[in-house]
Write a protein that binds this ligand. Sequence first.
Ligand SMILES: NC(=O)c1ccc[n+]([C@@H]2O[C@H](COP(=O)([O-])OP(=O)(O)OC[C@H]3O[C@@H](n4cnc5c(N)ncnc54)[C@H](O)[C@@H]3O)[C@@H](O)[C@H]2O)c1
Length: 268
Amino acid sequence: MRLADKVAIITGSAQGIGKGTAKLFAQEGAKVVVADIDATRGPETVEEIRAAGGEAAFVHTDVEQEDAIKEMVRFAIDRYGKLNVLMNNAYWNKGGTVVDLERADWDKSVNVMVRAVYLGSKHAIPHLIQAGGGSIINTASVHGYLAAARSAAYEASKAAVINLSREIAVDFGPQGIRCNAICPGWIITERGEEMLKRHPEAYDRNIQFYPVRRGGRPIDIAYGALFLASDESTFVTGHALVIDGGLTCWLQDSLGYHLEGYFKGQTQ
Ligand SMILES: NC(=O)c1ccc[n+]([C@@H]2O[C@H](COP(=O)([O-])OP(=O)(O)OC[C@H]3O[C@@H](n4cnc5c(N)ncnc54)[C@H](O)[C@@H]3O)[C@@H](O)[C@H]2O)c1
C-alpha cells in the first residue's frame, strides 16, 4: 500500500497509460479520480477498479476547458476531502509538419498536451499545498528529447512539458510540491493494439530499436508514476524519467549496423 491515504487525479485515464496507472494507484491504496473526456470508457475504468476492491470516481473533463479543470479539482476535494497527486496525462495530437499542420489542429494538440498541464497545475497546487505538499507527474515522451518526422505539435509539446515540469519544481519546491515528467518510449495501449492488428509486421520490426526487445505496456509507465507519486521519491523533483526500454540510449549509427546485421550473433 505505497499510496495509502492519498488522493490522486489522473487525466486521460479512460484508457491507455492513464488507465493502467489509475488501476495501479488504486491497488496501492490511493483514491483515484478518473478524469477524461470519454464518458463511456471513464466509468468503465472506475468499475474495473471497484471490482478489484479499489476506490475511484469518474469526473467528465475536457482538459481544453479551464472551467472543466477547475471542476475536476473541486470534484476531488468534495469527494475525498483533499488532493495529494495530480497526473497530467491526457492526449490528443494531430501529426504533420509545420507547413501542412492546420492551425486549429496545432492549437488543439498544444492545448491538450501543454496548456492543460499549466491549468491543471494552476488549480491543483493550492490544494496540494493545503494537504501539506504533493506530487505532480506530467506524461511527456522521448519525443520531448528527440525529433520524429511529421510530428511538429507533438515534439514541441512534449519538450515544453519537460521544462515546464522543471519550472514548477523550482517555483513550488519550497512549499512541498514536487513536479516530475515521465518520458515513455513506445507503449502498446488499446490504440497501439488496433494499429498492430492493421500492421502485425510492425511489432517485430519496431522492437529491433529497443535493447530490451519488446514494446512497453501501460504498467511499465504506471510503476514509474507510482514511485513519483509515493513518499519514496520525496527527494526527486524536476526530473524527467525516461522509461523506454533503452530506445534512446544507443547511437543511431550503431543501430544502423545492428539492423544491417553486421554484428549478427554478437548483438542478439
Ligand atoms: N502510448 C505511447 O506509446 C506513448 C509514448 C510516449 C508518450 N505517451 C504519452 O502518454 C500519455 C497517454 O498516452 P496514451 O497512449 O495512453 O493515450 P490514449 O490515446 O490511449 O489515451 C488518451 C486519453 O486521453 C483522453 N483525452 C483526449 N482528449 C482529452 C481531453 N480534451 N480532455 C480529457 N481527456 C482527453 C482520451 O479520451 C483517452 O482516454 C500522452 O500524454 C502521450 O503523449 C504515450
